[in-house]
Ligand binder design. Structure first.
Ligand code: ZN
Length: 232
């Protein structure tokens, strides 16, 4: 093999390279997922279509220009293993790889060409310290390589309510959910079309709350992209 670095060979000897999806070691060093797993990727193709299921989630809730998810998520699946590797196993290479695939999909669709900046869904500060990284930021970094857009990781902060939730009724709890995002550097967003990125969308409530706060900056428009979509 050309350009095969001796150190890489050594690393392979001690840390065999496995597919992040199925654990198979029938995989080249530069691959993250084996060919079998690549074939099994449950592509949604949502990014190609108006009024897709992710765009419908936000209808009547917040103004979203375009929205999509790259893959279907279901339990006991390849996607569950990928999300687990991304969130809990520190597999940043997999996150960058998935981000690049998401970026390629958006580029190919042409529907997202008018976005200006990538904003990762923030984690609570304590969780990010514990995990050591924000998986949505890793996805953004992979997307940025393909889309050639700046990533703005510090424009919005997620804060946990200091009050205990137990004595609140449902409406109060819901209102509490609504204001847990805080703009930090809103000036960087003025007149920008923001592409907000997260790993998985389920109800869309967190993306809605974050998007609502982002849209308080003058002249902003909002689009949304997630790696996975949960089939309800
Ligand atoms: Zn595999």
């Amino acid at each position: 093999m050309l350009n095969f670095h001796p150190l890489q060979a050594l690393q392979h000897l001690f840390l065999p390279h496995h597919c992040a999806g199925c654990g198979s070691d029938i995989i080249n060093d530069e691959q993250i997922l084996c060919l079998h797993c690549m074939d099994q990727m449950p592509l949604t193709a949502f990014h190609l279509h108006d009024n897709n299921p992710v765009e419908k989630i936000f209808l009547g809730r917040i103004p979203v220009v375009q929205a999509a998810s790259y893959l279907y998520f279901s339990k006991d699946s390849l996607l569950q293993r990928i999300v687990h590797q991304l969130k809990y196993k520190g597999n940043k290479e997999l996150g960058l790889f998935m981000g690049r695939k998401m970026g390629e999909a958006l580029l190919q669709s042409g529907r997202f060409n008018n976005t200006d900046v990538l904003v990762p869904m923030p984690l609570f500060a304590a969780r990010e310290r514990k995990r050591g990284y924000n998986q949505a930021l890793i996805l953004c970094q992979g997307m940025a390589e393909v889309l050639k857009l700046p990533v703005l990781p510090d424009v919005i902060r997620r804060r946990r309510s200091s009050e205990t939730q137990t004595h609140k009724n449902r409406i109060e709890r819901w209102q509490n959910m609504q204001d847990k995002f805080e703009l930090q550097q809103g000036n960087a967003l003025v007149d920008k079309h923001i592409l907000l990125v997260d790993d998985v969308i389920t109800t869309g409530a967190t993306l809605e709350a974050c998007g609502r706060e982002l849209l308080t900056t003058p002249g902003t428009r909002l689009s949304i992209m997630t790696m996975a979509y949960t089939v309800k």
